[in-house]
Design a protein around this ligand. Structure first.
Ligand SMILES: CC(C)(COP(=O)(O)OP(=O)(O)OC[C@H]1O[C@@H](n2cnc3c(N)ncnc32)[C@H](O)[C@@H]1OP(=O)(O)O)[C@@H](O)C(=O)NCCC(=O)NCCS
Length: 170
């Protein structure tokens, strides 16, 4: 299969609409897998605000993969504070990684992750986390290939309350 028909670049404000469209597909992907994500009705607006904050933040990197002027993938890296008891107070986190189905297995995901990790290393961070939904084993295989190892499991108890909270997609 041919590779390198896409470029990876930093996203700008002008990409916001295209990024939100990819984010919607990322959410639909998780919904189709049966992920109980519990998005609020205004999740897209909340995510757009989250995106704008990260486009501005110096410690964040929002990347797009582009081919022939079309966005075919995206990924985001940012910095989170660890609890004061941790030796490394700041940790990298990678979120919102998505590649259009027809572009998968052509190296775009790997290329996005390489630049995101480079960004976090340049900030002097020692570790980067990624959250993978348990219903998404393909993504776990991808992340293992990227060098990620499972160190802890986040488990969830359904408290039976109606409604849901908004949040960023993994
Ligand atoms: C996960 C995702 C970003 C990977 O992007 P991609 O561009 O297809 O990944 P790459 O082509 O760079 O893959 C690199 C390597 O990862 C592994 N890999 C990727 N997808 C895989 C899959 N579905 N099953 C098993 N291994 C996989 C392979 O080893 C691959 O190398 P190879 O194709 O030479 O064998 C893409 O499948 C996607 O957008 N999925 C839907 C959204 C999603 O799950 N996002 C991640 C949320 S945590």
């Amino acid at each position: 299969m041919r590779r390198c028909e896409f470029t990876i670049r930093r996203a700008g404000k002008a990409d916001a609409e295209g990024l939100v469209s990819l984010w919607r597909k990322l959410v639909s992907h998780h919904e189709a897998l049966g992920d109980r994500h519990g998005l609020s009705p205004d999740a897209a607006r909340t995510w757009t605000k989250f995106l704008r904050e990260h486009l501005r933040a110096k410690t964040s990197a929002v990347l797009v993969a582009e081919s022939a002027g079309r966005l075919i993938g995206m990924g985001m890296a940012s910095v989170r504070e660890s609890p004061p008891t941790s030796t490394s107070r700041r940790r990298g986190t990678i979120t919102d990684l998505y590649v259009e189905p027809e572009w998968r297995r052509r190296g775009a995901g790997k290329a996005l992750v390489a630049v995101l990790l480079e960004h976090l290393r340049a900030l002097g961070l020692a570790e980067a986390d990624v959250t993978v939904a348990s219903v998404n084993p393909a993504a776990a295989l991808f992340w293992e290939k990227m060098g990620a190892v499972e160190r802890r499991r986040v488990m969830t108890i359904d408290l039976g309350a109606a409604g849901g909270e908004s949040g960023a997609a993994p």
